[in-house]
Design a protein around this ligand. Structure first.
Ligand code: COI
Length: 349
């Protein structure tokens, strides 16, 4: 375009004409990155329309710290006495390390990770909500930030931590969720990265999730990609099924994210005397389930009121007398300091 050629004229290093090739060894051209002079960029926001783009010198770009990559999520709470507490940051550090190994990335040590989380939380202390009003969601993020053209681990990685005060994840608040069982799309396959907390684990759900939301559902429950039969997880959280004294949840076999809240709920449920089974759950079993609930850092412990599967809507028990409610109260009690933490899950900072 005219705009581009006039920019080229203005910016072209003196002594070169447009028609000359750059001075370099053209006989030994491989597939490594050789930075050229210009790049083009344009942005698209919520309206889905790309605005007028422009050429600029090839160089570093500005990126929101909250742009995705390999990421973690944990929360800080403000106790009644004003003390700030972090929930299980070591577990998030370890999960990031496991994910980084899978993605061929360097990773911070557990001490470096926790120190960064503590510093970020304390620096943003005024954003930790008052007791009972929510929490500070902390997002440690690891991303390849160095230049590369071929397929290989990034030559430079950046670890950063940012935080945001949050309330309930679902617009339903604490009201029961209505889930939709997805039959067309899958979120993960064996040998893939479904068990890694990376954006590639979440991007595949967006299509099914937006479709389900437009039909009034809270979230989507995915089935295994091989048999299309076994319950895996929800876009944003893990899932549990309750029948009498038995609580079942799918095993984290590589296609399911090993949730820190999932693990904590399994432990709390065992302490209460429930029999917890990690096993494959055929979707048909939901027809007979008494209760279903979801767990996740963002979601916490959320009751499921209904699941729609192949045009059939199945309803479940919810409310104050439910197992979900009992487990939710205990977990949140420990997280917020209302219940003494005998497990060493919380860190005061
Ligand atoms: C979390 O629970 O921490 C997550 O990262 C889930 C995401 C959908 C917000």
């Amino acid at each position: 375009s005219q705009a581009a050629s006039s920019l080229l004229q203005v910016c072209e290093p003196s002594g070169y004409s447009d028609d000359e090739c750059a001075a370099m060894d053209w006989d030994n051209l491989g597939f490594g990155l050789i930075p050229t002079d210009y790049m083009y960029s344009m942005k698209c926001y919520d309206d889905q329309i790309f605005e007028q783009g422009q050429l600029s010198r090839y160089g570093k770009i500005e990126l929101s710290p909250s742009a995705g990559g390999l990421f973690e999520g944990l929360k800080a709470y403000r106790k009644e006495n004003g003390q700030l507490v972090l929930f299980h940051p070591d577990q998030n550090a370890i999960r990031m390390q496991i994910g980084a190994k899978r993605m061929c990335m360097p990773y911070p040590s557990t001490d470096q990770f926790i120190d960064a989380v503590k510093q970020t939380t304390l620096a943003n202390k005024r954003w930790v909500p008052p007791p009972g009003k929510g929490s500070l969601y902390i997002r440690p993020l690891l991303m390849g930030s160095g230049p590369i053209l071929g397929l290989a681990p990034a030559p430079e990685c950046t670890f950063l931590v940012f935080a945001s005060p949050v309330g309930n994840y679902f617009k339903e608040g604490l009201a029961p969720l209505n889930l939709y069982v997805e039959s067309e799309f899958h979120r993960a396959t064996h040998g893939g990265a479904g068990g890694v907390k990376t954006i590639s684990n979440y991007a595949p759900v967006l299509k099914a999730l937006s479709r389900a939301k437009s039909r009034g559902f809270s979230d989507v429950l995915y089935l295994d990609a091989v048999n299309k039969k076994y319950v895996e997880e929800v876009s944003s959280c893990n899932i549990f099924v309750v029948n009498g004294n038995v609580i079942s949840t799918p095993p984290t076999n590589g296609t399911i994210l090993a949730g820190v809240t999932r693990e904590s709920i399994i432990e709390i449920a065992c302490d209460y005397g429930y029999q917890v089974e990690e096993r494959r759950i055929p979707v048909d079993e939901l027809l007979d389930a008494e209760e279903v609930f979801c767990t996740g850092t963002a979601v916490v412990v959320a009751p499921v009121g209904s699941i729609t599967y192949q045009d059939r809507r199945i309803e479940f028990k919810t409310g104050a007398q439910s197992v979900c409610s009992e487990l939710y109260s205990t977990l949140v009690g420990i997280q917020t300091g209302l219940i003494k933490d005998k497990k060493g899950w919380t860190i005061e900072i």
